[in-house]
Write a protein that binds this ligand. Structure first.
Ligand code: HEM
Ligand code: HEM
Length: 186
């Protein structure tokens, strides 16, 4: 199995980053939705937010790692056999997903640090607040965090649905090259 991307396939590093980030984002949307519904007296009230921030910062780190990796090791072009409109649509969808995967954790960090306090990550270290205190910035960040994370559900469903349609209906390599391709020689 290749660590690096080739002209036609994703390497192990890109695959791991894709699936870890995907799992993280899906888990954090579920956790975020659950935690904001808890009452102040619920034993998970504070702990759930702390966990959300811990794992959210891990996702942010993974997204930075992904972007650096993509600059250093260019991803493959679109799969062979895609129609021109499918190439354009998947390119556009991937760009929207890139914006979301960066904007959601960055705005989470902004909500938390708008009061001037850093974010502690698993109690191991603290990421300092870099922006000046601002209630306007906090409100804007809260709105973007809310709309982008719930809006992502529709996009993720569309993206995953397209991948599954390629696999089961078109029977092409789209899903295979992001998963077990190369292991099986495809
Ligand atoms: C990809 C990563 C993330 C996703 C998908 C995500 C998703 C969500 C969701 C769905 C909510 C519930 C929104 C609502 O119903 O009001 C939420 C709330 C929240 N998130 Fe995140 N989040 C992420 C990262 C972060 C990070 C990194 C931080 C901070 C370091 C953070 C801080 C918060 C805070 C403070 C709230 C509560 C906002 C409020 O009280 O209205 N999130 N998040
Ligand atoms: C939060 C969830 C997800 C996000 C943010 C996401 C994002 C992306 C992005 C940006 C790409 C472009 C290649 C790259 O940058 O690595 C990509 C490719 C891909 N994703 Fe996802 N993805 C998610 C979930 C899923 C799921 C659940 C599936 C399958 C059921 C899936 C299947 C694929 C496949 C097959 C490709 C390769 C497409 C190609 O060959 O060009 N993704 N994804």
């Amino acid at each position: 199995m290749n660590l690096y991307n080739t002209k036609t396939g994703f390497g192990l590093v890109s695959k791991l980053l894709h699936w870890l980030i995907a799992l993280g984002i899906i888990g954090l949307i579920a956790l975020g939705w659950w935690m904001v519904g808890l009452s102040y007296y619920d034993p998970w009230y504070n702990a759930s937010l702390e966990l959300h921030k811990d794992f959210g910062m891990v996702v942010l780190l993974l997204v930075f790692a992904k972007f650096c990796w993509q600059v250093a090791n260019r991803p493959p072009g679109p799969g062979a056999g895609l129609k021109p409109w499918e190439r354009k649509a998947s390119h556009a969808m991937h760009w929207v997903l890139y914006v979301l995967m960066l904007a959601v954790p960055v705005t989470g960090y902004m909500i938390t640090t708008a009061a001037g306090q850093g974010v502690s990550v698993f109690g191991l270290f603290e990421v300092p607040a870099i922006l000046p205190q601002s209630e306007t910035a906090r409100e804007l960040a809260t709105d973007i965090h809310y709309y982008f994370s719930y809006g992502a559900i529709a996009l993720i469903l569309g993206h995953a649905g397209a991948a599954l349609k390629h696999h089961f209906v078109d029977k092409d390599d789209t899903l295979i090259r992001m998963t077990w391709g190369k292991l099986t020689g495809r």
